[in-house]
Ligand binder design. Structure first.
Ligand SMILES: [Zn+2]
Length: 206
């Protein structure tokens, strides 16, 4: 029995080409997804400080833990800085090198009120709000710290990037108890994993 192919011979090569092009575009889009991780401060700018504890070191450590978490799940990452200093505009420019990137800035807090504690997440653009909520909820769930909530602020590093952008303040170094917790690598690992897990979820639901 002869089975007739419903696709005319002359149209088959063009259809094949269309599938190859569409497939390539889809794969290209998937592999282009990237998380730009921004460790706050750096170089001459130490950020918040409590004795010998410097925000720039803790932010870089959490950033590296976050990158490891994401890389293990096949998500590409880029740092805006490692040991040196990069300006805020420089950080935004790095984020905007990529077409489909999420930008996550990692900081630790400080306040003149030594009693202030807790974790908060900032966003600016509407497309970043869901990511901010997922990260904040997950971080509080995993670390059991005081929930200072999700806040809308126009910080340069979360205003400039084209993609979803957030800034996480992982605890107050100005509070001695919280500072002790922040220098504990177990807390920093929980923080990094909670942020990473929320990013993976955001990527699935957005
Ligand atoms: Zn900071």
């Amino acid at each position: 029995m002869i089975i007739r192919c419903s696709i005319h011979r002359s149209t088959f090569p063009s259809l094949l080409l269309l599938f190859v092009v569409l497939g390539g575009l889809l794969l290209g889009e998937a592999s282009a997804f990237r998380v730009v991780i921004d460790p706050g401060h750096g170089g001459h700018d130490s950020g918040a400080q409590n004795g010998s504890v410097l925000e720039k070191h803790l932010a870089l450590d959490v950033s590296r833990r976050l990158a490891r978490y994401l890389n293990r799940r096949g998500i590409k990452t880029t740092y805006t800085r490692e040991t040196g200093f990069v300006s805020l505009n420089g950080r935004v420019a790095i984020a905007n090198r990529y077409k489909d990137a999420i930008f996550v800035s990692i900081h630790f807090n400080s306040a003149s009120n030594r009693g202030a504690t807790g974790i908060e997440t900032f966003y600016y653009t509407p497309q970043s709000e869901l990511l901010a909520h997922l990260v904040q909820t997950n971080v509080i769930h995993k670390t059991r710290r005081v929930n200072r909530g999700v806040k809308h602020r126009g910080f340069r590093v979360i205003r400039g990037p084209r993609g979803p952008s957030i800034l996480v303040e992982g605890g107050f170094l100005s509070n001695s108890r919280e500072c002790r917790r922040c220098i504990d690598k177990v807390h920093r690992q929980k923080l990094a994993e909670a942020i990473g897990h929320a990013i993976v979820r955001f990527r699935k639901v957005r």
